[in-house]
Write a new protein. Structure first.
Length: 80
C-alpha cells in the first residue's frame, strides 16, 4: 500500500451551497482513498467524510482542471 498522499476534495455540509474542502488522502487503489488530513475541526466546518474514512473518488473538472472528489464511503475491504 502506498504511503504517498494526494489532494482530494470532500463536500462540506450545512454551508447553504456546494463547498468542497481540499484534504490529504492516501490512494489505496481502484478509486479508493483513506482520508489522513489532520486539520479537521468539526466546530468550524462539517466534512461529509471525516479523517480515517475510506472513500471512493471520481475525477471531475473544476475551473478547467481535473480534480478527485469524494463521492461515497468505500468498504473497509478497500484497505487490503
Amino acid at each position: 500500500m502506498s504511503q504517498q498522499t494526494s489532494t482530494i476534495y470532500v463536500p462540506l455540509l450545512n454551508e447553504g451551497l456546494d463547498v468542497w474542502r481540499p484534504v490529504e488522502a492516501r490512494h489505496l487503489g481502484r478509486g479508493a482513498y483513506l482520508i489522513v488530513d489532520e486539520d479537521y475541526d468539526p466546530e468550524v466546518e462539517t466534512w461529509q467524510f471525516e479523517p480515517g474514512t475510506i472513500v471512493r473518488c471520481r475525477t471531475e473538472r473544476r475551473e478547467g482542471r481535473p480534480i478527485k472528489v469524494a463521492i461515497e464511503r468505500a468498504p473497509q475491504s478497500a484497505l487490503g
